[in-house]
Design a protein around this ligand. Structure first.
Ligand code: FAD
Length: 408
């Protein structure tokens, strides 16, 4: 039987795969016929207790994709950021670095609950006629020739396309099948995630407290709730999450402090292994890697998905421009343009996150004195602070059109 053919096949229906499918099927002039292959059943809510800090650039992308209106009412703008560094039992938590007047409300970052983001993207994908969702289904292998890639599905059938895009996450099967190696290591830490309700308002403030085991972040959500991303040494984390609710809350309270009054758990507790992973190449014959399939970074600055959305915008723009010129979108010159655009920027972000985690996950007194001095200097340098904020907003450098909120 003749394999069914699509303009583009995307393997992986996480945030990155779905956003790219929408960009190509809905926003690209003419619209591509896209197959979105995903291992998860369609319509099933994802079991994800996390919330994501989305940059202004990511918000722009979601606006162009028509997804932001479904998220806006529950998105919490981050209006100030406080960074502090102390031991777990320290009575004083010195203010080391803060951002307040540099953050115009609503311009730099928003907290969005992952459950809401999954639902909004899934709804938009369902409504897009040019996207064929093949799920639950997996892309298990592929072969490429001069004209097309033939993708083997877990069900045994095959589909073909000029361009296959891997958005199949950190453990990408297609990256492995293409023989693309990664620079990778695991952190001796896990990320514990939950949602907390508190009796006092957070006022839009995000707090990053660098503790010896790793960063502990309190990120504002709509209402009197905050999302917690708590980096903890692996064995200790296991013991903490296995405690009963009262025991877990007692540990959490030690780190959370009393600034926001009484606290209670307002969501499930989940933990995530933390790895650094960077693909040695982002492209192969008729294949492009995107999102966590290309790079996975430490979550301490909430950048993983923002970097993935930059891949989406750059790849969509590259594909549309190639198609406009009548080029075959799966050929090396087209894919290499995408790779050049994204590799330097993502390795820079990944190594900065890694460096910050190493610098701050240490209780060495000289190192602490040095980093506190550095943060204090930044705090007194408004121009540096404005630069950091512009970088965090994701709107500097060679920004693809979708991240500026423009059509393709
Ligand atoms: C604790 C924590 C907190 C974080 N906080 C933030 C934050 O605040 N801001 C931020 O920007 N980022 C954050 N991140 C990072 C962010 O969550 C990830 O970068 C992002 O979810 C990656 O999305 P993805 O679509 O690339 O991959 P995934 O979410 O892993 O999606 C991959 C999809 O592919 C499917 N799949 C897998 N294999 C196959 C196959 N063979 N065939 C078909 N489908 C397949 C899977 O079922 C899944 O649906 C955080 C990460 C962690 C761990």
């Amino acid at each position: 039987m003749q394999a069914k053919s699509y303009d583009v096949v995307i393997a992986g229906g996480g945030f990155v795969g779905r956003a790219l499918a929408l960009a190509l099927a809905k926003v690209a002039p003419g619209g591509f016929r896209v197959a979105l292959v995903d291992a998860e059943p369609p319509g099933k809510d994802r079991d994800d207790a996390r919330a994501s800090a989305l940059s202004a650039a990511s918000r722009n992308l979601l606006s162009v994709l028509g997804v932001w209106p479904a998220l806006e009412a529950n998105a919490q703008a981050i209006t100030s950021i406080e960074i502090t560094d102390s031991g777990l039992n320290a009575t004083l938590r010195p203010h080391l670095l803060g951002f307040e007047e540099e953050l115009t409300p609503g311009v730099v970052a928003f907290m969005v609950e992952n459950r809401d983001l999954h639902r909004a993207l899934a709804g938009a994908v369902r409504d897009a006629e040019a996207i064929a969702v093949l799920a639950p289904e997996t892309a298990t292998d592929y072969r490429a020739d001069a004209f097309r890639a033939v993708v083997t599905l877990g069900s045994g059938s095959e589909i073909e396309t000029p361009l296959l895009i891997a958005a199949d996450g950190k453990r990408s099967r297609l990256r492995e099948r293409a023989g693309i190696q990664c620079i990778a290591w695991s952190y001796p830490q896990v990320g514990i995630v939950t949602t907390v309700a508190h009796s006092k308002p957070h006022g839009g403030k995000a707090v990053q407290h660098f503790l010896p085991a790793g960063p502990f972040a309190i990120l504002p959500l709509k209402g009197e709730r905050s999302s917690i991303v708590w980096t903890e040494e692996r064995d200790r984390a296991r013991a903490i999450v296995e405690r009963d609710e009262a025991g877990f809350l007692a540990e959490l309270s030690k780190r959370f402090g009393s600034r926001l009054g009484e606290i209670a758990l307002a969501g499930p507790v989940q933990s995530f292994p933390l790895d650094f992973q960077f693909a040695r190449g982002f492209v192969a014959d008729r294949l492009a890697l995107t999102g966590d399939a290309a790079h996975a970074v430490h979550p301490l600055a909430g950048q993983g998905l923002n970097i993935g959305f930059r891949d989406v915008a750059a790849l969509a723009e590259t594909i549309v421009e190639a198609a406009r010129l009548g080029l075959d979108i799966g050929t090396a010159p087209v894919l290499e343009r995408y790779e050049r655009w994204r590799r330097f920027d993502s390795i820079f972000s990944a190594t900065v996150m890694d460096g910050l985690n190493r610098l701050f996950s240490s209780d060495s007194a000289p190192l602490r004195a040095l980093r506190d001095l550095g943060l204090g200097l930044v705090d007194r340098a408004p121009q540096v602070k404005r630069f950091v904020v512009r970088e965090a907003a994701g709107t500097t450098g060679a920004v693809p059109r979708l991240l500026r909120g423009e059509m393709l």
